[in-house]
Design a protein around this ligand. Structure first.
Ligand code: DP6
Length: 326
């Protein structure tokens, strides 16, 4: 076999209805469906090259060689691709993020969706969007949502086959912006994978999961109708519910910092006075403030004036994962 390669680019995404907890941790079958928006301008670009001369898979991220757990997680995806394609060769994976580590943007979503697309292409496969989403999901659940473009829903499905994400509206349907307020967190946070495994230990997780179909409907409708007030209400509740589960897990996960809460209060005051902004928080202290695109500059300005906000970053609604020249 000759060496074969491909390069793909994918955006991270911010969840409006959160994924927290799995019904199968190995296959990453989530306990509830989720909805997100891709983030334009931010991306991971990954080149995969299968080379018969390699003894082991290799991984380089932002110029640094990665071994151990990080490499194992990537090799698991490469193994699935090797199995489907019948290729035996090991691969060289070279990846770059254009957003800073610790910026409150989960890099695993963009990373595993770019990897799924590049690796499958390099192996000569022509997977459908749903198949790519399922493959990306095996590396990181939220990565399933970075394969399709714009506003995306990841359906929980009944098993591996129908557990994938699809676009519910293209980026141009509604120009929103995610203004990320970076709050310096003193502690090293527990990663999402460990966090998902703790979700069932919270007595609140069942109630959160049971109510998820209702929240998904409200969020989907708000997006379809471009109803910002309805979107704001549902994403704040959904984020608060996920953090309630995190805080009541055993051991408990407390991601918020005092500045995080300060931003919540400020955003709610702004909205009450007619300024269209809403907050949502992932597994960290940084706050994603969602607003209409034309309010992004003012939102950023206001966020920078709040105590504890060290930096801000803005991203608009982004497109699908795609192949690029290597
Ligand atoms: C809080 O997809 O990062 O951002 O599947 O273990 O990689 P793994 O977890 P991950 O979990 C994301 C959790 C979240 C909410 C969300 O993005 O839906």
């Amino acid at each position: 076999m000759k060496s074969s390669s491909a390069t793909a680019l994918a955006h991270p995404n911010i969840a409006f209805i959160k994924y927290w907890g799995n019904r199968d941790n190995v296959l990453r079958l989530p306990s509830n469906g989720s909805i997100s928006m891709n983030l334009d301008g931010l991306f991971t670009r990954t080149a995969v090259s299968f080379q018969p001369s390699l003894r082991l898979d290799t991984l380089t991220i932002n110029g640094h060689e990665v071994t151990g757990k990080g490499l194992t997680r990537v090799s698991q995806i490469l193994d699935i691709v090797r199995k489907i394609s019948g290729i035996n060769a090991k691969a060289e994976v070279v990846s770059q993020n254009n957003f800073p580590a610790g910026a409150g943007i989960a890099s695993s979503a963009a990373a595993f969706s770019a990897l799924a697309l590049a690796a499958s292409k390099a192996a000569g496969l022509d997977l459908s969007e749903a198949e790519l989403s399922r493959l990306a999901r095996r590396g990181s659940g939220s990565a399933s949502r970075s394969i399709p473009g714009g506003f995306v829903e990841w359906q929980m499905g009944s098993g591996d086959e129908d557990c994938y994400a699809f676009s519910i509206a293209p980026p141009e349907h509604w120009r929103l912006a995610d203004c990320v307020a970076i709050v310096s967190a003193a502690h090293k946070k527990t990663g999402s994978t460990e966090g998902h495994a703790l979700a069932p230990t919270s007595p609140l997780q069942n109630a959160r999961v049971e109510d998820s179909a209702r929240r998904l409907t409200l969020c989907r409708e708000a997006i379809f109708q471009r109803d910002f007030e309805a979107l704001a209400e549902i994403i704040e509740i959904d984020s608060d519910m996920m953090h309630a589960v995190m805080m009541t897990s055993n051991p408990p996960l407390m991601y918020w910092q005092p500045a995080t809460l300060g931003i919540f209060h400020a955003v709610r005051e702004w909205r009450a006075s007619g300024f269209p902004a809403a907050y949502t928080v992932d597994a960290g202290a940084n706050v994603h403030v969602i607003c209409l695109k034309e309010y992004a500059a003012e939102t950023e300005k206001r966020l920078r004036e709040l105590p504890g906000v060290s930096e801000t970053l803005v991203a608009e609604t982004g497109g699908a994962a795609r192949l690029v020249n290597g």
